[in-house]
Design a protein around this ligand. Structure first.
Ligand code: COA
Length: 167
């Protein structure tokens, strides 16, 4: 099925709640389990300036989401945005992540005054690491015991993509 990517709308909150109700999508990110519709309704209707949130759709179904977010509230880091992406398990490995990250990278490169995209990814998330490498992200280091994941502190890689060095 064809995947289309568009900007998220406030009315998409059910789709976000469903994605993060999926254990794999939730645990691979820094989201908590058992999200509420109200949390996502508020978050999508009060999105602050400088956050760029997208959804991937297969027909009417939201099958993934991704965003670019300010890295710190100082103009000295205005050139850097944090990237996040989540696809629920039934849709993983079917090109949705690639469509979302491709859209974010293109949007940042062509329309935003941003030269660095950065992210963290759990060290055992081979699919995500391969996806990011494909778009020119490089590993900058390891944060040890960075985040709780299912009862254990897990390591993450810090990855970044510099526009000047991008393929
Ligand atoms: C990680 C994630 C975003 C990838 O999206 P996806 O839709 O599953 O991946 P895609 O089908 O678009 O594949 C993208 C690339 O991943 C790589 N890939 C796919 N399946 C893979 C696998 N099983 N092992 C290793 N690499 C794999 C390939 O390089 C592929 O590119 P290619 O098709 O050109 O070869 C998605 O699986 C996901 O959301 N997982 C749970 C939440 C998460 O981990 N988010 C990332 C937080 S940093």
């Amino acid at each position: 099925m064809d995947i289309t990517v568009r900007r998220a709308e406030p009315g998409d909150f059910e789709g976000f709640c469903r994605i993060f109700s999926d254990e794999s999508a939730q645990s691979g990110t820094l989201q908590l389990p058992m999200p509420t519709r109200e949390h996502w309704r508020k978050r999508l209707s009060d999105t602050p300036e400088g956050h760029y949130i997208f959804v991937a759709c297969a027909g009417d179904e939201i099958v993934g989401n991704a965003g670019l977010h300010p890295s710190a509230p100082t103009p000295r880091r205005a050139h850097a945005l944090i990237l996040g992406v989540a696809v629920p398990s039934p849709w993983q490995g079917r090109g949705v992540g690639k469509a979302l990250v491709g859209t974010l990278v293109d949007f940042a490169d062509r329309w935003l005054p941003v030269t660095r995209l950065e992210l963290t990814v759990f060290t055992d998330n081979a699919r995500a690491i391969a996806l990011y490498r494909g778009f020119g992200f490089e590993v900058e280091g390891t944060h040890r015991q960075y985040a709780l994941r299912d009862g254990r502190l897990a390591d993450v890689l810090a990855m970044a993509r510099l526009k000047a060095k991008a393929p």
